[in-house]
Design a protein around this ligand. Structure first.
Ligand code: AMP
Length: 421
């Protein structure tokens, strides 16, 4: 995949209407609807400010949550949750949509930009079209939640075209959704010249370089709960990395594949053959493949469980919850002196303080390494932030799913559709 894409700096936007796909999918308080973290809105500011300063009229858009775009899809969801179809009303559905309006985001965005953000009551309807048409250079508006229209996630061509019709240029700045082929993330690029925003540019240039032309040694650290989630990542990284480190719950399937007993630890029985295959592939390719030697175990999956340090075979009544000190030392040594390190997935059940040490130690090792360090989104990003190492990491990806698919080597529709440099 080509990661060298034209950016907003290459686009002539003066006097043009620019449709910017942002990631305003912010967490909200369930009861009050209040935005509990405006990090994603803050992150969008540099691209939006740049475009406004260049004299563009900016039409920002985003999704928020997973609204049921039609009454029938709402009924289906509720029935799946155990509700009786006859009891579900259209009013209830409309109320559920109101909770996912982007209006509070428009307000916060306006505060952060220090300028009015015009809010459209719909996505490609009369209100949006009229407001977009009246929008002047230096002004910004925000469309209502794109997922209120079922055609957004279905990548409906007519919806993509309707979005495109309001603008002259398209900018993609929502890295968290580039792995999805939706109307606003990919479809729209068929109708407008498409450029990367500053957030997307940073993600693809740093991660693209790490995969295509890494400073070596290139070390990949993988963890988390499930082997099955990361099958393609491991497979792809074995082609590129010098060392692959596996920790977290997924390590135990590999340990079992090596012939160790793993007690009550996480196991994906149906992935044992795959694990053996990967161990053989690592050997054939000369990739240093590191697994835990000692583990902090527990008799039950609980925050209060007493950690028991076990080396080698794990007895029947215990489960591996975190990597042990010898393993930390081994993993840290492998990370030291690396040129590039990519990390995705915690080394243990870091949500429980007693079992957070391995993850903490890895974060520390990355921070101290002097390497180009990239942390994939999701849990490992949360861990690095929670543990206070965020500012010592080169790049923390803003997209969980997107960064995983990136590491899998998959083509990302929201990146592939942008103009090549
Ligand atoms: P993932 O979403 O696959 O990156 O997995 C993250 C989750 O894996 C976190 O919630 C961790 O608590 C969990 N995890 C990490 N290590 C273990 C382990 N040894 N046993 C059970 N869960 C684990």
């Amino acid at each position: 995949m080509n990661y060298s894409k034209k950016t907003v700096y290459d686009a002539d936007v003066k006097g043009k209407k620019v449709l910017v796909r942002c990631d305003f999918n912010v967490p909200q308080d369930k009861k009050t609807g209040e935005i509990t973290s405006d990090k994603r809105i803050v992150a969008a500011i540099p691209t939006l400010k740049y475009l406004l300063e260049q004299g563009a009229a900016v039409i920002a858009c985003s999704h928020l949550g997973k609204p049921a775009a039609t009454f029938s899809s709402y009924v289906k969801k509720q029935v799946e949750k155990g509700k009786n179809a006859e009891d579900i009303t259209e009013e209830e559905w409309k109320k559920s949509l109101k909770k996912l309006t982007l209006a509070p985001v428009a307000k916060r965005l306006s505060e952060l930009l220090g300028t009015e953000v015009i809010f459209a009551a719909d996505t490609v309807g009369e209100d949006a079209k009229a407001k977009a048409s009246a929008l002047k250079p230096g002004e910004i508006m925000l469309l209502e939640n794109l997922r209120f229209d079922a055609r957004e996630t279905k990548n409906g061509e007519d919806f993509a075209k309707a979005l495109a019709d309001m603008a002259d240029v398209y900018v993609s700045d929502a890295f968290g959704t580039v792995h999805r082929a939706h109307a606003s993330t990919a479809g729209v690029a068929a109708f407008l010249p498409a450029y990367a925003g500053l957030l997307v540019e940073k993600e693809i240039s740093i991660m693209g370089k790490a995969l295509d032309d890494p400073k070596r040694p290139f070390v990949a650290v993988l963890g988390g709960a499930k082997v099955s989630d990361k099958i393609n990542v491991i497979n792809n990284l074995l082609e590129k990395a010098d060392t692959v480190i596996i920790g977290g719950g997924m390590a135990y399937t590999f340990k079992k594949a090596q012939g160790y007993t793993i007690g009550k630890s996480l196991l994906e029985e149906d992935k044992l053959d795959y694990a053996k295959e990967m161990l053989a592939k690592a050997e054939a390719k000369g990739v240093n493949f590191l697994l835990p030697d000692d583990n902090f175990c527990a008799s039950e999956f609980s925050a209060d469980a007493e950690p028991v340090l076990v080396e080698g075979d794990i007895p029947d009544d215990l489960m591996g919850m975190d990597i042990g000190p010898k393993t930390v030392e081994k993993f840290a040594a492998a990370v030291k002196g690396a040129g590039t390190i990519v990390w995705n997935g915690p080394m243990g059940v870091f949500e429980f303080d007693r079992f957070a040490n391995g993850t903490k130690a890895m974060a520390q090792a990355l921070a101290d390494s002097g390497a180009v360090t990239i942390v994939g989104g999701g849990d490992s990003a949360a861990a690095v932030e929670k543990l206070g190492f965020a500012d010592r990491i080169t790049h923390i990806s803003t997209g969980g799913g997107a960064s995983l698919e990136f590491l899998e080597g998959k083509e990302l529709p929201g990146v592939a559709c942008l103009l090549d440099k």
